[in-house]
Write a protein that binds this ligand. Structure first.
Ligand SMILES: [Ca+2]
Ligand SMILES: [Ca+2]
Ligand SMILES: [Ca+2]
Length: 459
C-alpha cells in the first residue's frame, strides 16, 4: 500500500508520534531504578545565589545517529517511497535556569529554558515527518510557582506526567517541521498549564489544566489525579479523570478519560516480584468525528522479577497490553487513542513499544502487545537490555484501512547503555523487525533493521 499520498493516514500517525529520548534533568527515575541514582545527579549544574534568590543553571546537549534498511518493510520512506535506506543525525542544545526563593515556610520558584534543534542527512528514518535541514529555536520551560509542605501551585510551560506517562506524559509532539527533529525529545513541556497539588500523609491530589503544542492540535484538557503511596516497598495506586475540552485534528475533542493504575506493587511472600497495571476508559463524545460516542478501552498488566543477589542483577519482565481498535460495524468509536504518552519513565519501552514498531508503525492504538524483556547490569556503568515483542492489531484495520489479518509483526531489540559519569549518557541499539501478514499487506515483505545511537551531555 503506497501511503505517501495518504495525508490523513500521515496526519493521524504524526499526531501519535512522540520521540522518546531525553533523560531530562529532574525527570522521573529512568529505568526502574538502575539509573535512578545516576540520572538524579545528571543534572549537576552551576548553583549560585543573588540576594534571596538561589539559581540553578545548566545546559543539556543531545545528539543522535540512526540508520535504517528495509525501511517500512521495503515500502520505503513515507515521504519518498522506494527509499529503503535512510540515515539521519540530529542534535539539540538546551540552556536552562531554575530559581528558588524562600518565603518563610514556603517558597516561590520559576524555570525557563530554550532549545535549538536540527536534523541532518536524509531525515527521519520512516519518513513520516522530519527531514534533513529541519531546524527550530523555541522556548521550552517558562513557568512560575509557589509551594509549601502541603500545597504547590504553578502556571506556565512545564512538564507534567501522571504515573509513568501512559496517558498524560508529553505535552509537545516533536516533529521536524515544528521542533527541528523528532527523536531526541528536547520538547516535552506543555505549552501552557495550571497545576495545583496537595500532599497529605496518605494521599496526593492534583488538579490540572493543560494545553499541548500545535502538533497535538493545541489540545486543552482539565482533570484531577489522585495517588496513594502504599508505603515502603509496597507500591502506588492511582486514579485519574480528565476531559478534553478542545482537540482539533486529533478527533479527541469531547473525550473523557478514566484511569486506574497500580505501579511497583509488591507481594511480601515473593521478594523480587513487582507488578504494574493500568486501565483506561475513553468515553464521551467524538466531537470532531461527527459526535459518535467513544467506547474505547486500554489496559495492560506487567510483571517484573529481579534477582538482586546475583552479580549482574538480572531481571525479566513480561507485559500484555490490549488497546482497542474501532469495530467498523458499530456506530460507536472503539478506537483507543494513545493521547499524550511519553517515554522512558520505566525503561525505553514505556511507552514506545519497540524501536521499530513503536516508533514507525503502531502508536498505542488498535494494538495488542506481548513483551518479554531481559536486562542486566554487568557493572554500575553498563546496562544491557534484550527485548522480544510480538504485535497484533486488535481489529483488522490499519488507521481505518481494512486488512484481512491482525497478525502484525515480531521484533527484537538489543540495547546497550553506558553511563561513564553522571554528566554523560550513551545509548546504542540494534532493532530488527519482521512483518507478519497484516504488516506485509500494509507495507511490504522485507525485514526493517535500524541501528541507532544517542549521546546526552549535561554541563
Ligand atoms: Ca511540537
Ligand atoms: Ca515531545
Ligand atoms: Ca465502531
Amino acid at each position: 500500500m503506497n501511503r505517501s499520498s495518504d495525508s490523513l493516514h500521515r496526519d493521524r500517525i504524526a499526531e501519535r508520534m512522540r520521540r522518546p529520548r531525553s533523560l531530562r534533568r529532574g525527570g522521573p527515575a529512568i529505568f526502574a531504578g538502575c539509573l535512578a541514582v545516576l540520572t538524579s545527579s545528571i543534572s549537576s549544574a552551576e548553583q549560585f545565589e543573588l540576594g534571596p534568590v538561589a539559581f540553578d543553571t545548566g545546559v543539556t546537549a543531545i545528539s543522535s545517529f540512526q540508520t535504517g534498511s528495509g525501511v517500512n518493510y521495503g515500502a520505503g520512506a513515507v515521504d519518498d517511497p522506494g527509499d529503503t535506506k535512510r540515515t539521519v543525525m540530529a542534535a539539540s542544545i538546551e540552556p536552562w535556569v531554575e530559581l528558588n526563593s524562600a518565603l518563610g515556610d514556603s517558597s516561590v520558584y520559576a524555570a525557563a529554558s530554550g532549545v535549538l534543534a536540527g536534523s541532518f542527512f536524509d531525515g527521519e528514518v520512516g519518513g513520516l515527518f522530519g527531514r534533513g535541514g529541519d531546524e527550530e529555536l523555541e522556548t521550552e520551560l517558562l513557568h512560575v510557582g509557589w509551594r509549601n509542605a502541603t500545597f504547590d501551585v504553578s502556571v506556565g510551560a512545564q512538564d507534567y506526567i501522571v504515573g509513568d506517562g501512559l496517558v498524560i506524559g508529553d505535552g509537545n509532539l516533536d516533529t521536524g517541521a515544528d521542533d527541528g527533529q523528532y527523536w531526541l525529545l528536547p520538547f516535552s513541556a506543555w505549552r501552557n498549564s495550571a497545576i495545583a497539588r496537595m500532599k497529605t500523609d496518605w494521599l496526593r491530589v492534583e488538579t490540572f489544566w493543560l494545553r499541548s503544542d500545535r502538533d497535538f492540535g493545541a489540545a486543552r484538557l482539565a482533570g484531577v489525579n489522585f495517588e496513594r503511596d502504599l508505603g515502603q516497598d509496597r507500591g502506588t495506586l492511582g486514579f485519574m479523570f480528565f476531559k478534553i475540552l478542545q482537540g482539533n485534528r486529533l478527533n479527541v475533542d469531547g473525550m473523557t478519560v478514566w484511569n486506574v493504575r497500580g505501579a511497583d506493587l509488591r507481594l511480601p511472600a515473593l521478594a523480587g516480584l513487582s507488578l504494574f497495571g493500568e486501565y483506561v476508559a475513553q468515553r464521551g463524545d467524538d466531537d470532531d468525528g461527527g459526535g459518535r460516542d467513544n467506547a474505547a478501552d486500554g489496559w495492560y498488566v506487567e510483571a517484573r522479577y529481579g534477582i538482586d543477589d546475583w552479580e549482574w542483577q538480572p531481571a525479566v519482565h513480561y507485559r500484555y497490553m490490549r488497546l482497542s481498535g474501532d469495530e467498523p460495524d458499530t456506530p460507536d468509536n472503539e478506537e483507543y487513542r494513545g493521547l499524550f504518552f511519553t517515554t522512558a519513565t520505566r525503561g525505553w519501552d514505556t511507552w514506545y513499544q519497540g524501536e521499530v514498531t513503536g516508533q514507525y508503525h503502531l502508536f498505542n492504538q488498535n494494538q495488542i502487545t506481548h513483551m518479554v524483556k531481559l536486562n542486566a547490569e554487568p557493572s554500575p556503568r553498563w546496562i544491557l537490555n534484550l527485548y522480544y515483542y510480538r504485535f497484533d492489531l486488535d481489529e483488522p484495520q490499519y488507521f481505518g484501512t481494512p486488512l484481512s489479518s491482525t497478525d502484525w509483526s515480531d521484533e527484537v531489540n538489543l540495547m546497550v547503555e553506558y553511563v561513564p559519569n553522571p554528566k554523560f549518557y550513551v545509548f546504542a541499539a540494534l532493532a530488527w523487525s519482521t512483518p507478519d501478514s497484516a504488516a506485509k499487506a500494509a507495507f511490504g515483505d522485507d525485514d526493517f533493521l535500524v541501528f541507532e545511537t544517542m549521546l546526552i551531555l549535561n554541563f
